[in-house]
Design a protein around this ligand. Sequence first.
Ligand code: ATP
Ligand code: MG
Length: 319
Amino acid sequence: MDPGRFFASSRVLIVAGKGGVGKTVSAATIASAASRSGRSVLLVEVAGRSASAPIFGVEPQGYEQVTAVDETEQDDPPRGRIVLQSITPDQALMEWLTTHGFKGIVTRMASSGILEVVATATPGIKDLLVLGRIKAFESEGSFDLIVVDAPAAGHALGFLRSPAGVRDAARTGTIHRQAVEVLDLISDPTRCQVVLVTIPEETPVNELIETSFAIEDEMGVRLGPVVVNSVLPTLAGLDADLVSLDVSDAERNALQTAVTFRAGRAALQDEQLTRLGAELPLDQFRLPQLFSTTIGPDELAVLTKALLAEIEALPEVES
Ligand SMILES: Nc1ncnc2c1ncn2[C@@H]1O[C@H](COP(=O)(O)OP(=O)(O)OP(=O)(O)O)[C@@H](O)[C@H]1O
Ligand SMILES: [Mg+2]
């Protein structure tokens, strides 16, 4: 499929998955691939960290937007800009109150833990506020694509359940309306999809399968392709004949151990990839495991290229 077309299929992509599987790296890679396809991207972090700034090689700016990639016409196709934005529930609440005619409250209560008061009264409100802010970015339409680096899996479910919970708890009023608007966004596949990330190992794959059913069947939120991160590249020569190698016995034994270990890992990984494909009828985007201690702009470029190739390998869908 043409990557430009893929990234036009939905305005908001929520990247979710178990802790540590590579959500932040995958979200950055998706943003970067979309930018390469000429789309302007807002990459939103909700965990209150600025983990993606170093991936783009820029300084984190707290809650201020940071331009990670500038629009350029030189590239073919022209690159879209990437802006990083960190959101927390507290800041989303302040903004929401300010823009909904409660500026007075904000000034009076800014320092007195207003969020805790509101959050205790209405469970789920913190997550709803963050989603509400994302919805506001979507309606403003300043970006072609909004990529959300969501909280870790268990919390991601709560995050996506929050609007329905708040809608039912607050039967009328502004908060109710906000919940309904967010529900409209997340349950409309042309506006929002969830991209689940896993690594090719048994437990994370099991969790991904469970999470996917909860998200699609229970919440009615559309799942996009699954990202399988940290896939070991296939190594040619693993079946080479070590017996005829001109090396010492000790070296031969060491090589044999390494070969057996690597082949074993590759077999386990293939088993999980096959199982995931059999149990979950979603396209898979595989990202290679890179042998580098940190992921910076150079590694991001490698992952971006890999992702674009995976998107291009998807069949073209008729619409
Ligand atoms: N494809 C990859 N190759 C090599 N290292 C990777 C790859 N993907 C992620 N990493 C590394 O693995 C670690 C976890 O990645 P990342 O921070 O993206 O995970 P996460 O799911 O966002 O974690 P958290 O749940 O803590 O937010 C990081 O140190 C990252 O640099
Ligand atoms: Mg992360």
